[in-house]
Design a protein around this ligand. Structure first.
Ligand SMILES: O=C(O)CCC(=O)C(=O)O
Length: 288
């Protein structure tokens, strides 16, 4: 699906746009299947080690990890993109439907930014995992180093299940773009730094895609449902511009001028991340 004029205008005016049905199940399901297979394998290992009492095989994708993590939280920290590094996940980062949406705002020379996460937001009542994916108000510009300030970086937030008010969907503050960085002392916006406009909650269906400017303040709320809110937040920048996190690997994910420059080698991507994670130890990720 190409980004419509209406979508583009909404992004320009409001600083974000939700593209309804921008992706299909066939885009997301290979990633979900890869995670399901991994969780299944790790559950068997944890069971064999006596760390969990059962495999919870009959539970859905949204619930199985919750049940496992109620007994042992080990798997939880293994799932973020840079640690998990699955092949289907890597392929998804340059998925054609996704790249078409990004191209609609950025043009056809696109680099995948290493500030990228896969978040299984656990029900808040699950006690054995940290409540890490409840995001306080921030602009993504605040987590990107200053060398990237003059450049366009697009956040792409993708629910892998329906994201609702109950399970902790995203909220944004519109019409802030152009005012620069509102943060003065750290990566969380303080009360006095918050724009006056009311926040807009963004419930989204699986398949919807949120495109957001790096200056748009956003947050997410706790998951008070009994199922996981799975999502990815990815970032893209025009190829050749700084990522704002140079210690980690960027790669060209679409290029119409030089298609050969697109990274398609999964093993190479894994190698770049392994090196990057090593290099990033002790690196100062924030400007403050
Ligand atoms: O997924 C969430 O709940 C928060 C995501 C977020 O804050 C971000 O993408 O910058």
């Amino acid at each position: 699906m190409q980004l419509s004029m209406e979508n583009q205008e909404h992004f320009k005016g409001e600083g974000y746009v939700v593209v309804r049905g921008g992706l299909q199940d066939s885009d997301l399901d290979p990633v979900i299947a890869e995670y399901e297979a991994y969780i299944d394998r790790r559950a068997r290992e944890l069971k064999a080690e006596g760390k969990i009492s059962q495999l919870y095989e009959d539970e859905s994708f949204g619930r199985r990890l919750t049940r496992i993590c109620e007994e042992d939280g080990t798997i939880y920290n293994e799932l973020d993109i840079m640690h998990f590094r699955g092949r289907a996940l890597f392929d998804f980062l340059r998925n054609d439907h996704l790249m078409d949406l990004v191209e609609g705002l950025m043009g056809p020379e696109i680099s995948c930014n290493p500030i990228q996460h896969l978040r299984p937001k656990m029900p808040s009542k699950t006690s054995k995992t940290p409540n890490t994916h409840v995001a306080a108000w921030h602009q993504d510009a605040a987590v990107i180093r200053e060398e990237s300030d003059p450049h366009f970086v697009l956040t792409v937030w993708i629910p892998m299940c329906d994201a609702t008010l109950e399970n902790g969907c995203m909220h944004v503050i519109p019409r802030v773009v152009g005012k620069g960085l509102l943060h003065t002392a750290g990566p969380v916006l303080q009360e006095a730094e918050m724009p006056p406009q009311p926040a807009v909650p963004l419930p989204m269906k699986k398949g919807d895609v949120l495109l957001m400017h790096k200056e748009t303040p956003h947050s997410s709320t706790p998951n008070v449902s009994d199922s996981i809110r799975w999502s990815m937040d990815l970032r893209y920048q025009p190829a050749g511009t700084p990522s704002g996190r140079e210690v980690y690997p960027s790669f060209v994910s679409r290029s119409r001028a030089n298609p050969q420059s697109v990274l398609t080698d999964h093993e190479e991507w894994c190698r770049l991340w392994i090196e990057g994670l090593e290099r990033g130890k002790g690196f100062k990720f924030y400007r403050w």
